[in-house]
Ligand binder design. Structure first.
Ligand code: NAP
Length: 322
């Protein structure tokens, strides 16, 4: 079969199309014929070495795929054969025509949802839903959603009001992405490519305060937001490091205002994310969470997809089609 092999840690050029052996399922595993493979932002960090790869290269790259179950291993429910599902691999192997994954990672794709839409919405929706549940918004609160035009931020922006946000302030990079964030449901958008954007945020707040920050940028900017937060009730949900480092905030920064920082990461958090897959796909089918596909590329264009993500140009997911 054709697959994209990560030949080493490095730039997008380490992702090379090769013919490799078709995988077969072990105990508790199944194999799907892939129809749509989402290219995920964190995958670019794993490829570049910024995040640790769970498996040493050379290895077939990739973490998620959507398609039809064509083979099952022992101890797997036989009714899964022929069903359309999404899967999460055990750390490798999704950029391929056939993908082997634990049967426990399966999310059924509703009949009315295409495999491409399921692939595009799965991660964004299943991270946004537990973030919103954790935020426990009251119906009268103001939220800040960083990097709101794409990915998890775009799902948060679509859902925030339904989950109890009264005012949604978003950040995005540049005019086109700012317009997109507004179209998704933000009341106001601040361009986070301006280094002084926290100052712009305080001007926008005009004396009011932020109750919840969905922080995907992290770094030192996170600390600049503390003065704009509601004392005692204000909470930061730290789930990303787009700036290259998690929120640089210590207990000494939080104590004077009684603020809370919740780390939305780690194995137990990811288990919660994984449990939210069905709800994300059901929402996409019902129309309460719209999948955003920037482009569909052929499998052998995986390196190009990584380049585009690193240039921050996609507005929506890039999906690979074998
Ligand atoms: N904790 C979890 O469960 C979890 C799960 C998935 C993802 N994440 C993390 O959440 C963050 C967002 O992921 P995603 O999948 O939603 O990403 P994404 O939206 O698909 O892509 C990243 C976007 O972030 C914006 N951005 C802002 N500052 C950036 C910077 N310094 N470098 C690159 N891009 C920057 C870019 O948009 P602009 O052009 O608008 O700036 C870019 O389009 C990442 O840090 C990711 O690792 C966490």
């Amino acid at each position: 079969m054709q697959a994209i092999v990560m030949t080493g840690i490095g730039g997008p050029e380490v992702l090379v199309a090769q013919d490799v052996a078709t995988p077969h399922p072990g105990v508790g595993e199944l194999v799907i014929r892939a129809e749509a493979i989402p290219v995920l932002f964190p995958e670019t960090k794993l490829r570049s070495g910024e995040f640790p790869m769970p498996v040493e290269p050379p290895v077939v790259f990739g973490f998620q795929a959507a398609g039809v179950v064509v083979e099952i291993g022992d101890e797997v429910d036989a009714t899964l054969l022929g069903r359309r599902v999404t899967v999460a691999t055990a750390g490798f192997g999704s950029y391929a025509e056939f993908v082997c994954a634990p049967a426990s990672s399966v999310t059924m794709i509703p009949e009315d949802l295409s495999s491409a839409d399921a692939a595009a919405v799965l991660m964004d929706g299943s991270v946004a839903l537990p973030l919103l549940a954790t935020a426990a918004l009251t119906g009268s609160e103001t939220v800040l959603i960083e990097a709101a035009a794409t990915g998890v931020g775009s799902a948060l922006t679509q859902l925030a009001r339904e989950f109890g946000a009264a005012r949604v302030i978003a950040t995005a990079g540049g005019p086109e992405k700012s317009m997109r964030a507004k179209a998704l449901g933000a009341d106001e958008v601040i361009d986070h490519t301006a280094p002084d954007w926290p100052t712009r945020l305080r001007e926008t707040l005009d004396g009011t305060t932020l109750d919840v920050v969905f922080d995907s940028i992290g770094g030192t900017t996170a600390r600049d937001l503390l003065a704009a937060m509601t004392p005692v009730r204000g909470r930061i949900l730290s789930y990303g490091w787009l700036s290259g480092a998690p929120a640089q905030i210590s207990a000494m920064d939080l104590l004077p205002h009684g603020l809370t920082l919740t780390a939305c990461a780690g194995p137990d958090w990811l288990a919660e994310v994984s449990r939210s897959g069905t709800a994300a796909l059901e929402r996409a089918t019902a129309g309460t969470l719209t999948p955003r596909i920037d482009s569909v590329l052929s499998l052998d264009e995986a390196a190009k997809a990584h380049r585009l993500i690193e240039q921050r140009s996609p507005i929506g997911k890039i999906v690979l089609r074998p």
